[in-house]
Design a binder for this molecule. Sequence first.
Ligand code: ZN
Length: 159
Amino acid sequence: MLIGNNSVVSIHYKLTDDDGNTLDESTEGPLTYLHGASGIIPGLEKELTGKVAGADFKVTITADEAYGDHQPQLVQQSPRSAFPADMELEVGMQFTATSEGGEMMVAITEINDETVTVDGNHPLAGLTLHFEGTIDQVRDATEEEIAHGHAHGPGGHDH
Ligand code: ZN
């Protein structure tokens, strides 16, 4: 069957950046998602539409169809004293911060004696993404999956 809205699709994939560095890879079994439900980035979903199980794909997706542009206003510096003194801070540490726009996930990108820089952008924001892989399986979604807006089973959600 052809991949379309309400297909449950399993893919093996490798994601690399412009320099060929691997950013992500489906090493623990295929990724399973519900097509047409924003389960994966728009550019990749578009590319997979109309393909069948067994087909290979190789696609380059610019930031506007992936995780969006890197927004400088989401990068903020806070005084070290804004964090609990006994909290061990590390670059790469992620936590939930409360801002004017509500709660967001941020990551520490830089630490020095005085200040801590946190970035609320998605780690892949602003990047052109290169996906390469194979479509493992395509099946119709169940009514429950459509109601939940995601795929169930191996590689998907467990409820
Ligand atoms: Zn569910």
